[in-house]
Write a protein that binds this ligand. Structure first.
Ligand code: GLU
Length: 449
C-alpha cells in the first residue's frame, strides 16, 4: 500500500515540475511536502479520490501585472508585480508581499505554497497567498518607494478585500511600504478598509506585537523544542543570520530569554561580536538609518566584520536562519552539527536546502522548519484582523501572550502529529501533515471547487 502511494505521489510531483517549468524553488517546496504525505493517503483514501494533492499544488488564481514608475530623475522603470492566490479552503487569501530583485513567479509560488500549510498550522481561519515584485528597494529614496507602491497598488487593489485577499509584508516590505500601499488603496476605493492589509502602523489600525511577531514566535518555537529535550535557551550561544525585521526581533527575544547572540549578517557580510550583539545599534543602523551591517564594527572595537563571510562557520549551539531561502546548504548544515549546534529554528521561509534538512534530521538535532517556526508573523496578522473586525485594540502583554499560546500549540500539534505518523521528533513531517490535513478536510467538505 505504502509503495503504491509513494508511486502515486512521485507521479504527481513529475506532473507539477512539467506544468511549472523552471520554477526551481516551487518544485523544492512541493517536493518537501509531498514526501511527507504517503502515510496520510493510506489513512484518508478520500483525499486520493478527490485528487486533493493535485488540487493543492495548483494555485486557485495567479495574477501577473506591469508596474510602471518614475525615479527621482524622471527616468521610467518597468517592474513586474505578482499575487498568487493559492488556496482559500479555510479562509481568505493571506500572505505577504516581497520586493526583491530575485522575485519571479517560482519564488512567489514557493512562498504561497508554504503559506497554505503555515497558515493552517496557526489554527486560524486564513488561506494562503503570496505576492510581490522584482523591484529593488535598495538605495531608493522615500519618494521613489512611495511612487512604486502607489503604482503597484493601482493594479493590485481590484483583487483585494476584507473577504477576499489580505496581504502583509515580507522581505523589502515593512511599515513604510504598507503605509503607502494602504494610502493608495484607501484613495482608489474611498474606503477605510483596515482589514485589507496587516502589518499596519499603530496609528492607522495596526496591532501591537505584529512587528516583533515572526522573530519572537520563532524563539518561542525553539524554546518549546528544547523543553521537550529537558533543556532551555538560558546561557545558549546563538547565531542569527540576517539583520532585517525577523532577525532583529529574534535577537531581542533570545536575549530576553537569557541566550547570547554572537553573530548576525546581511547580504554583504557577517558581524561577530563574542560579547553579544548590541541590538540597539542594529536597530539604529537597520530600522532607522537603513544602512549596511558593515558599519556595526565601527562602533565596537571588539566586534569583527567579515566581508562576504559565511555566518554558519561561527560555532554556536542554536542557529536561527532569518534571512532568505536556501541560505544553509548541506555543507553548512554539516559544519553547524560538527561545531555543536543542537537546535535550528527557521525564521526565514525555506532557508535550508533539502540536503541541509537531511543533515539536521539525520543528526537528530531539534530542527524547526519555517512553516511551523515562523508562523508567528502571520498568526499575529490574524490577531490584527480580529482586532480590526471588532474595532478593538489589545495591549502588548495580552497580544504577546496570545502569540506565545499559538506558538506553543503549533509546537504541540506538529510534535504529536510526527509521533502519530511514525516519525517522532521530525517536525518537517509533523508540520507538513498537520497543515495538509486541515486544508484537505476543508477542501473535501467544500466539494469540487
Ligand atoms: N510574510 C510573512 C510570512 O511569511 C507574513 C505574512 C502575513 O502576515 O500575512 O508568514
Amino acid at each position: 500500500m505504502a509503495a503504491v502511494m509513494d508511486e502515486r505521489i512521485e507521479t504527481i510531483y513529475r506532473q507539477v515540475t512539467a506544468r511549472n517549468p523552471g520554477e526551481d524553488e516551487f518544485h523544492q517546496a512541493v517536493r518537501e511536502v509531498l514526501e511527507s504525505l504517503g502515510p496520510v493517503l493510506v489513512k484518508h483514501p478520500e483525499f486520493v479520490d478527490q485528487k486533493i494533492i493535485e488540487r493543492v499544488c495548483e494555485p486557485e488564481r495567479q495574477i501577473i501585472f506591469r508596474v510602471p514608475w518614475q525615479d527621482d530623475r524622471g527616468e521610467v522603470h518597468i517592474n513586474r508585480g505578482f499575487r498568487v492566490e493559492f488556496n482559500s479552503a479555510i479562509g481568505v487569501y493571506k500572505g505577504g508581499l516581497r520586493f526583491h530583485p530575485s522575485v519571479y513567479l517560482g519564488i512567489i509560488k514557493f512562498l504561497g505554497f508554504e503559506q497554505v500549510f503555515k497558515n493552517a498550522l496557526t489554527g486560524m481561519p486564513i488561506g494562503g497567498a503570496k505576492g510581490g515584485s522584482d523591484f529593488d528597494p535598495k538605495g531608493r529614496s522615500d519618494n521613489e518607494i512611495m511612487r512604486f507602491c502607489q503604482s503597484f497598488m493601482t493594479e493590485l487593489y481590484r483583487h483585494l478585500g476584507e473577504y477576499t485577499d489580505v496581504p502583509a509584508g515580507d522581505i523589502g516590505v515593512g511599515g513604510r511600504e504598507l503605509g503607502y500601499l494602504f494610502g493608495q488603496y484607501k484613495r482608489i476605493t474611498n474606503r477605510y478598509e483596515s482589514t485589507v492589509l496587516t502589518g499596519k502602523g499603530i496609528a492607522w489600525g495596526g496591532s501591537l506585537v505584529r512587528t516583533e511577531a515572526t522573530g519572537y514566535g520563532a524563539v518561542y518555537f525553539v524554546r518549546e523544542m528544547l523543553k521537550v529535550r529537558a533543556d532551555s535557551l538560558e546561557g545558549k550561544t546563538c547565531v542569527v543570520s540576517g539583520s532585517g525585521n525577523v532577525a532583529i526581533y529574534t535577537i531581542e527575544k533570545l536575549h530576553q530569554l537569557g541566550a547570547r547572540v554572537i553573530a548576525c549578517s546581511d547580504s554583504n557580510g557577517v558581524v561577530v561580536h563574542e560579547k553579544g550583539i548590541d541590538l540597539a545599534l542594529v536597530k539604529q543602523l537597520k530600522e532607522v538609518e537603513r544602512r549596511r551591517i558593515a558599519e556595526y564594527a565601527a562602533h565596537h572595537k571588539d566586534a569583527r566584520y567579515i566581508p562576504g563571510g559565511n555566518i554558519w562557520e561561527v560555532p554556536c549551539q542554536v542557529a536561527m536562519p532569518s534571512a532568505t531561502q536556501n541560505e544553509i546548504n548541506g555543507k553548512d548544515a554539516r559544519m553547524l552539527v560538527r561545531n555543536g549546534c543542537i537546535a535550528v529554528g527557521e525564521g526565514a521561509n525555506m532557508p535550508t536546502t533539502p540536503d541541509g534538512v537531511k543533515v539536521f534530521l539525520d543528526a537528530r538535532i531539534a530542527y524547526g522548519p519555517g512553516k511551523a517556526a515562523n508562523a508567528g508573523g502571520v498568526a499575529t496578522s490574524a490577531l490584527e484582523m480580529q482586532q480590526n473586525a471588532s474595532r478593538d485594540s489589545w495591549s502588548f502583554e495580552f497580544t504577546e501572550r496570545k502569540l506565545d499560546e499559538i506558538m506553543t500549540n503549533i509546537h504541540a500539534s506538529t510534535y504529536e502529529t510526527a509521533e502519530e505518523f511514525g516519525a517522532p521528533g521530525n517536525y518537517v513531517v509533523g508540520a507538513n501533515i498537520a497543515g495538509f490535513i486541515r486544508v484537505a478536510k476543508a477542501m473535501v467538505a467544500l466539494g469540487l471547487v
